[in-house]
Write a protein that binds this ligand. Structure first.
Ligand code: IMP
Ligand code: MG
Length: 178
């Protein structure tokens, strides 16, 4: 195990089970329909690629990268779209794919922007959620797992752009992030 990891929360087998359950729900809900998965870069890319390969309904993918400005406690904060979608989502069934919902600030703003583009349906699928940290109320339609307020890395999630490549999800030793 990587020396910076204090504890493994989900190993590869756990992750496979979580992703499979989410894909099953989506396959059931969208039977006979088409969807667009919108991955939020960079954290969601590993989860998105696993989820995508378990989706059985006709499916397109696209990506977006966003960061928020201003005080995280002000709900009217603004978001900087660093990379926008390359497809038109009007009248489409969109599922936003996120690695983790923490305060929900950035995601809340991204969802508002996407909603203005008039998709037929806009849902959210997140691998993880830290409910104790939530500032903005966000409905997560497909949630992999709730975790406590600990800083986690691996499976696409980073600390300072590192550890995304770990195939498991682990709690980062505070020695490595302080
Ligand atoms: P929010 O706007 O506070 O919900 O920010 C969510 C983003 O913060 C996620 O998409 C992650 O990129 C990042 N993040 C939040 N918690 C963690 C964590 O425990 N590990 C790694 N990244 C995190
Ligand atoms: Mg991140």
């Amino acid at each position: 195990m990587n020396e910076a990891i204090k504890e493994v929360l989900f190993d590869e087998q756990d992750i496979n089970g979580i992703v499979e359950a989410l894909a099953n729900e989506i396959n059931r809900d969208y039977d006979g329909k088409e969807i667009i998965l919108v991955g939020l870069l960079k954290g969601s890319m590993v989860f998105m690629s696993d989820l995508l390969r378990k989706i059985k309904v006709p499916c397109e993918i696209d990506f977006m990268a966003a960061s928020s400005y201003g005080s995280s406690t002000v709900s009217s904060g603004s978001v900087n779209i660093e990379k926008d979608l390359s497809c038109d989502i009007e009248n489409k069934n969109v599922i936003v794919v996120e690695d983790i919902v923490d305060s929900g600030n950035t995601l809340g703003l991204v969802l508002e922007i996407l909603r203005e583009r008039k998709p037929a349906e806009l849902r959210l699928c997140s691998f993880l959620s830290k409910p104790s940290r939530r500032v903005k109320n966000i409905r997560i339609d497909y949630l992999g797992a709730e975790i406590p307020d600990r800083f986690v890395v691996g499976y696409g999630l980073d600390f300072d752009e590192k550890f995304r490549n770990l195939p498991y999800l682990g709690i980062l030793d505070p020695k490595f992030c302080s």
